[in-house]
Design a protein around this ligand. Structure first.
Ligand code: NAP
Length: 309
């Protein structure tokens, strides 16, 4: 079968190559992949990957063979799923508890955006507890996780501040539920936030630690800037009892704390219009290089999807 693999010598860093077909274990379904979505994490990893490394976490497609143990979607079902690597391929073996059926009202391209970005946003929001009437902030709000997080935070009743890098990146965020949009990064001074979802790293994380409320939470889940952080500890601890914690969706999925049920719930939200999927780039996987470049250059507003054709 064909798959996109790391090709460090080539300009795009990826190439379509013949690889061995996956051999599913008893708890895995074999899925014919029709669409995959790109995530900053796997695109970053591609830059330093060994030749032949197989990227890809998110996929949507059709089950060719259900899992041998009888769990999960059966042959012919339209599904969305997550794998710990190798999704950018014609076939993937997917754990049944990481697969959900896609409702007829949702197309497979939209569904493919949900595993990493959607589950991360959902998992992060769950950390915040009851958000009704509380103040939430989302950094990297124009991106894949960010656009889902803004919507879910608003739906949970929070007052939402979306933080973006440049003015044009603010487009569409109010329509998704942001009450205010801050351009250029969070300032260290200003009204405190009860929940800050932070993925830019560096100065942005330092500012979040300064702006979190006395009992608030900073959830750190990314470092898009690649910068280390320095901060004044007293600004954090002297205000009361704020907390900072990490969140890693891979860890949650592999540990079975998040999976099919949450994917199913995201699919239903999309089907009945409670969650909007914003796909800014769609292309054949034969044009993967240019789409990866656009994502890494912060030119994708929302999600980028490749079709497997
Ligand atoms: N821990 C986890 O489980 C988990 C799961 C998913 C994602 N992540 C991480 O979370 C982050 C967001 O992921 P994503 O897939 O949503 O990425 P994305 O779609 O590329 O969005 C990233 C956003 O971050 C901002 N950004 C990019 N480079 C930046 C920089 N150098 N300095 C400041 N801001 C920058 C951009 O903001 P502007 O567009 O406004 O410039 C962009 O909208 C990534 O770091 C990713 O690796 C972690």
């Amino acid at each position: 079968m064909l798959a996109l693999v790391a090709a460090p010598g080539l300009e795009d860093g990826v190439a379509l190559q013949q690889v061995e077909e996956p051999r599913p274990q008893s708890n895995q379904a074999l899925v014919e992949v029709r669409a995959v979505s790109l995530n900053r994490g796997e695109c970053t990893a591609l830059r330093t990957a060994e030749p032949g490394w197989r990227p890809g976490w998110d996929l949507a497609g059709v089950v060719r063979a259900g899992s041998a143990d009888g769990a999960g979607p059966r042959e012919g079902a339209r599904v969305v799923g997550w794998v710990p690597g190798g999704a950018w391929a014609e076939l993937a073996a997917v754990r049944a508890d990481h697969l959900a059926e896609v409702p007829p009202a949702v197309d497979l391209e939209a569904a493919s955006t949900l595993p990493v970005a959607g589950l991360t946003a959902l998992g992060l929001l769950a950390l915040g507890g009851d958000l009704r009437g509380r103040r939430g902030a989302v950094t990297g709000a124009a991106g894949g996780v960010g656009r889902f997080a803004v919507q879910l935070a608003r739906a949970a009743g929070a007052h939402v501040t979306a933080i973006v890098g440049r003015p044009e990146r603010a487009a569409g965020l109010r329509e998704l539920g942001a009450d205010e949009v801050v351009v250029g990064g969070l300032e260290p001074d200003g009204e405190p936030f009860d929940l800050i979802l932070e993925s830019a790293g560096g100065a942005s994380l330092a500012a979040a630690l300064a702006r979190v409320s006395a009992t608030g939470l900073v959830a750190t889940f990314g470092n898009s800037s690649g910068e280390p952080v320095t901060f004044e500890p007293r600004v954090f601890y002297r205000k009361g009892a704020p907390t900072m914690r990490g969140f890693f969706v891979t860890w949650e999925l592999l540990g079975g704390r998040i999976g099919a049920r949450e994917l199913d719930s995201l699919c239903r939200m999309v089907a009945d219009g409670r969650l909007r999927v914003e796909i800014d780039r769609r292309a054949s996987w034969r044009e993967a290089g240019s789409v990866i470049r656009a994502l890494m250059d912060r030119r994708v507003a929302g999600k980028a999807v490749l079709t497997i054709d």
